[in-house]
Design a protein around this ligand. Structure first.
Ligand code: MG
Ligand code: MG
Length: 264
């Protein structure tokens, strides 16, 4: 079942998503060598709750019904997604993808940003740059009259042109009162395929891109997903609303990137 949102619902989704952006900006301030992802999780949980929202990820069940034990997913280096925050300090040269979800006034926000810890290598920086570019290439296609496959193709072709891997097992999704609604939004596909995009369709577009193989497996904790060749992976995600002419991006990287610029 696909729910097209009214303008009023879109504004509620925007509020939830902007709070995710603000939360990630708080984390951007704290990310540096020596900080642990558990410390980042505590900052995020406090910030979300202080703003009257619920961290959607906390207690979110995996396919076995086991609850996620934290408020953010923090995936380091070759972890692609769903990393459980832990006590290992981040090190200079690491990357960490922070995926965050909020529920505010009954509507969900969902966005992810991959951060550099201190100085990172040129090749890893390029992975981050290309993955974020791919996200915006996908968003450009999220307009009335295009099809879902146009988004998927735009993401896939941009990343594969650089020789990167496009993860198949995890995909974007519809978003609304629930974090995961229909339709699925894969990061791979064919132009002109899939459902026709309509005004009010709200989806999370989230390329998960690897520097080597696209093959991934699940870690023993039954959450963390890692690349098979242990090469790094990046993950950027925006929640967007399909509009005529131009997609309406509901989440925001503006505050995150303001913090990152000030840190330089
Ligand atoms: Mg997410
Ligand atoms: Mg998502």
């Amino acid at each position: 079942m696909i729910y097209l949102k009214t303008d009023e619902e879109v504004e509620l989704l925007r509020e939830a998503n902007l709070l995710v952006g603000k939360t990630l900006a708080e984390l951007a301030k704290a990310i540096k060598p020596g900080v642990t992802t558990k410390q980042l999780d505590a900052i995020a949980e406090t910030f979300i709750r202080d703003n009257g929202a619920i961290p959607t990820f906390y207690g979110f069940p995996n396919p076995k019904g086991e609850p996620f034990p934290a408020s953010i997913c923090a995936s380091v280096n070759y972890q692609v997604v769903h990393g459980i925050p832990n006590d290992t300090p981040l090190q200079e040269g690491d990357i960490v993808s922070i995926d965050c979800g909020t529920q505010l006034n009954g509507y969900c926000g969902d966005s992810c940003y991959t951060f550099a810890v201190g100085e990172i290598s040129e090749s890893v920086q390029k992975l981050l740059t290309v993955t974020k570019e791919a996200l915006y290439k996908g968003i450009e296609q999220a307009v009335v009259g295009r099809r879902l496959g146009d988004i998927s193709y735009a993401v896939q072709s941009h990343c594969e042109a650089e020789g990167y891997g496009v993860v198949r097992e995890f995909v974007g999704h519809g978003i609304g009162k629930k974090m995961h609604e229909e339709p699925k939004v894969p990061n791979f596909g064919k132009r002109g395929n899939g459902m026709l995009l309509k005004n009010g369709l709200c989806i999370a577009i989230e390329p998960m891109i690897t520097m080597g193989t696209k093959e991934v497996y699940m870690q023993e904790d039954r959450w963390g997903i890692v690349t098979r060749d242990k090469k790094p992976a990046a993950h950027f995600e925006h929640s967007v609303c399909v509009r005529k002419g131009k997609a309406d991006i509901l989440s925001s990287f503006e505050e995150i990137e303001k913090v990152l610029r000030e840190k330089q």
